[in-house]
Write a protein that binds this ligand. Structure first.
Ligand code: ADP
Ligand code: MG
Length: 277
């Protein structure tokens, strides 16, 4: 079976060869199989500055970060050379165009890919409307981003990404700027959506509960230079589709979060003992 995303001995040193050289990640190796029909949800946690965003940016192929200094980043068997329609990114900050309506924001990805997608204007509109309804924004099509709440703006960002049916969705602390009730709403939305999306999702979060709730796997990174220090793959309580508030208050869930927290602190202390801060 082919891997949907694979890192082979990946290292990223920013400003390599200069006095400001800084190794953000080192020896990052993993392989996520392309599980059709289901996809997979990988939650990445780790201390600030350990290279979480760097990993997502390398998968995305962002010019600022790509290429890796060593090793290889592969998406669906091919070396990444730049961004592509098969990968969508959702950031913490609202990434919509302020001067475009909700509809025009969601349609944007289709417009710039119109040639290759071969979609007519009305097909693009239909598909955009469908996604807007799917993220719970039906009736808001004509509004501008500044007329929406923070949670609604993140719904636009999610719709903008999903409209292109990406195989891989990259989320970099997507809900960190939202208040707690809105975070729960977004977690609920994500678990509802993600079954029909059938994509592989990488989510960076600083909330261990969010990682345990959303993740099929959790990777805990070491302090910089970051690598994947501990992984939780199988035992996590199945939480998809259950109410985030009820689940996250349950005893087995809290025990799972505590176990992840212990592993997190062990890695942090080991890093400090090695002189890595
Ligand atoms: P995280 O997301 O885990 O907080 P990042 O991946 O953003 O960490 O960054 C890891 C380290 O690499 C940080 O020390 C950061 O300052 C540095 N870094 C990230 N991007 C760049 C860049 N474009 N140029 C120089 N240094 C960078
Ligand atoms: Mg980051």
């Amino acid at each position: 079976m082919s891997a949907v995303v694979e890192f082979v001995g990946v290292e990223k040193t920013f400003n390599a060869g200069t006095p400001r050289a800084y190794t953000a990640i080192k020896d990052v190796d993993f392989r996520i199989e392309d599980r059709h029909q289901t996809g997979e949800f990988v939650a990445i946690v780790g201390p600030s500055g350990c290279g979480k965003s760097t990993i997502l940016n390398l998968i995305h192929g962002f010019a600022d970060v790509y290429p890796p200094t060593r090793g290889e980043v592969r998406v669906r068997g091919k070396r990444v050379t730049g961004p592509g329609r098969d990968r969508g990114m959702i950031f913490q900050k609202y990434s919509s165009f302020p001067q475009r309506t909700v509809l025009a924001n969601v349609r944007f990805g289709l417009e710039i890919n119109q040639q290759v997608l071969g979609m007519s204007r009305s097909e693009m509109d239909d598909r955009s409307h469908q996604l807007i309804r799917r993220v719970g924004l039906g009736g808001h099509e004509k509004k501008y981003p500044h007329q929406l709440s923070g949670g609604q703006q993140q719904r636009v960002a999610i719709a903008r990404s999903l409209v292109l049916k990406p195989r891989i969705i990259l989320m970099d602390e997507p809900f960190s700027a939202l208040d707690e009730p809105t975070r729960y709403d977004m977690q609920r939305l994500i678990t509802e959506l993600w079954h029909d999306v059938e994509a592989t999702v990488f989510i960076v979060t600083h909330s261990l509960s969010e990682a345990v709730y959303l993740g099929d796997r959790i990777w805990i990174m070491t302090p910089a230079p970051g690598r994947i220090g501990t992984t939780f793959d199988d035992y996590l309580p199945p939480t998809h589709g259950s109410d985030p508030i009820l689940i996250q208050e349950s005893a087995p869930f809290r025990e799972a979060v505590a176990e992840v927290a212990r592993a997190f602190h062990q890695l942090e202390q080991a890093g400090a003992a090695n002189g890595e801060t």
